[in-house]
Design a protein around this ligand. Structure first.
Ligand SMILES: Cc1ncc(COP(=O)(O)O)c(C=O)c1O
Length: 363
């Protein structure tokens, strides 16, 4: 296409799309031998029965998937104690978050999030040309309810928070979440992506508060980040609208089948989850011995302040040189931290040995 014609096409872009960077695909530099602890994935293999359901679903490759994910929504409703019209299913909770932002925000609106939080929310707000208001935790990590509801956040169309939170791993008691939801007339989006690693969850609040929308994903505790299965639970009026906004056939036959099979075999994952929780505590202790300050976590990762002398970016690079990938966040306040996902014992041994190696090289 000629430059002039391309310029003419670009001139019709929406205000928001015009401001976006052009995506450049860049593969992570990791080779296949890396120990990948940077995205809170769950490395355990699928239970054989779940894998079989995925293979069987491939036989239906020529058919469209069931629209509106009816069977999957019915199964999730049954598993979590709701009616199907209170459930939306999607390609991970990211798809559902995207629908919420589209449904609630027009340019100039505000959304509030606990900060530091899941940064994808910032991008979603930007795509709606909305203001993204970040409300910091206070020192003792208790939920800043007043600051989430009043002051600058008073104009927010909805409030989003993750419990346990990413990237801190912080878990706030459900009683505090309930106080927030009870005091608000506005929507509270509670993202429970990591809740299966935590001591409690907020499912019981959904039927009590029509302004609560709870999100779950099978990417973390059920290890299918690559298959894409997520759910939202809330009031039928809200959930029904979000479902209408979903793209036609949004989930595919494999993600639907895997979601159904996991729901039918949730017990098969209990040991895997126990392992991650045990390993999380072991890794936290080992890191403390290397002079890291590890935040208490109820998720499948830990956020650790690196020892004095170097920042988080330096540690990330030093570990990557030793074939271990961890996450670093350049945002203000997180410069001296790295986030480490908890995986198998073998992966965590490789991580700890790389940490030892880096520490020794410093002395
Ligand atoms: C807090 C939080 N919510 C949602 C997601 C997205 O999960 P999904 O794979 O279901 O899109 C993540 C992924 O890292 C996350 O950390």
């Amino acid at each position: 296409m000629s430059d002039a014609r391309m310029l003419s096409v670009l001139s019709s872009l929406s205000h928001v799309a015009r401001q976006l960077d052009v995506a450049h695909s860049s593969r992570p530099s990791a080779n296949g031998n890396c120990v990948k602890l940077d995205m809170n994935e769950n490395p355990f293999p699928l239970p054989a029965i779940v894998k079989e359901s995925a293979m069987a679903a491939l036989e239906r490759h020529h058919l469209y998937p069931e629209n509106d994910n009816i069977a999957l929504r019915e199964a999730a409703a049954c598993a979590y104690g709701f009616s199907p019209d209170q459930v939306i299913a999607g390609n991970g909770s990211s798809e559902l978050l995207g629908l919420i932002y589209k449904a609630f925000l027009v340019p100039g609106d505000t959304v509030a999030m606990l900060s530091p939080g899941f940064s994808f929310n910032r991008r979603l707000a930007m795509l709606q040309d909305a203001h993204f208001l970040e409300i910091g935790w206070i020192e003792n990590n208790s939920l800043p309810i007043n600051r989430l509801l009043f002051g600058r956040a008073g104009v927010a169309k909805f409030i989003v928070l993750a419990n346990p939170n990413n990237p801190t791993g912080t878990f706030v008691p459900i009683a505090d979440i309930e106080r927030l939801v009870a005091q608000s007339e506005r929507l509270i989006v509670l993202d429970e992506a990591y809740v299966d690693f935590a001591p409690d969850n907020a499912l019981r609040l959904v039927n009590r508060y029509p302004n609560l929308l709870l999100l779950r994903t099978f990417s973390k505790s059920y290890g299918v980040a690559g298959v894409r299965v997520g759910f939202g639970f809330g009031h039928p009026e809200l959930v029904g609208r979000l479902r209408t906004m979903q793209s036609l056939f949004s989930m595919n036959v494999i993600s639907q089948a895997v979601g159904l099979s996991i729901l039918a075999h949730r017990d098969a994952y209990a040991e895997n989850r126990r392992h991650i929780v045990r390993e999380r505590e072991r890794v936290a202790r080992a890191l403390s011995a290397h002079r890291f300050a590890v935040l208490p976590s109820e998720a499948n990762f830990v956020l650790a302040r690196v020892p004095p002398g170097h920042d988080g970016a330096w540690w990330q690079a030093a570990l990557q040189e030793r074939n271990v990938l961890v996450a670093f966040f350049p945002e203000e306040g997180l410069e001296n931290y790295i986030r480490i996902s908890i995986g198998t014992k073998v992966q965590m041994e490789a991580f700890l040995s790389a940490v030892s190696d880096v520490s020794v090289s410093q002395t």
